[in-house]
Design a protein around this ligand. Structure first.
Ligand code: HEM
Length: 156
């Protein structure tokens, strides 16, 4: 019995140390590597400025509350890049479904984010990681069955 308990104890110790090694091996989060909260908030402010100046998407945000949207975008950006921040907004599907968002608009939004990263001196490695995250969200945002009518009239 004692031997069994000892085996269980050493196995759990082994698992515990593996766990912490794995944590260490992961290193600092993408959020921290980009400079943490201050930089992330500046990136979000710059993304908003880019969207509201971008002829492809600015009409989309004309009726939005800047403080509200920036707050939610900060939360989702922080959470997705590994910060201990909870996203309290709506799901990506619920938010964007029915907006008939085209691939061109999605690409324009991605371009705005990439420009904001460059402006904040985010290195190429971190830029690529953010790009991969944005790309992973694409199916929840873009309507692949968008109609010509929606593209030319209803969307704006
Ligand atoms: C990866 C890409 C995107 C992400 C991560 C994202 C994220 C978000 C978030 C977190 C919100 C706030 C949700 C809430 O109200 O709780 C939001 C709102 C919004 N998004 Fe996106 N979005 C993306 C792409 C787009 C695109 C391509 C468009 C269209 C050009 C768009 C248009 C909007 C609009 C108009 C709102 C504001 C809705 C309102 O005023 O309540 N988004 N988005």
């Amino acid at each position: 019995m004692k031997k069994l308990l000892n085996t269980i104890l050493s196995l759990s110790l082994l698992c515990f140390s593996f766990g912490s090694f794995a944590e260490e091996a992961k290193g600092p989060s993408l959020f921290d590597r980009m400079g943490g909260e201050k930089v992330a908030k500046q990136i979000v402010a710059d993304v908003w400025a880019n969207h509201t100046a971008n002829p492809i998407v600015k009409a989309r945000f004309a009726k939005s509350d800047p403080q509200y949207v920036k707050g939610k975008v900060y939360e989702i950006f922080a959470m997705a890049t590994g910060a201990k921040v909870e996203y309290t907004g709506k799901s990506m599907e619920d938010t964007h479904a029915g907006m008939n968002i085209s691939e061109m608009e999605f690409n324009a939004v991605v371009d705005d984010v990439m420009a904001a990263l460059a402006k904040n001196n985010i290195a190429a490695q971190e830029q690529n990681e953010v790009l991969a995250i944005l790309w992973s969200v694409r199916p929840a945002i873009v309507n692949p069955h968008i109609t010509r009518k929606a593209l030319t009239s209803e969307a704006k």
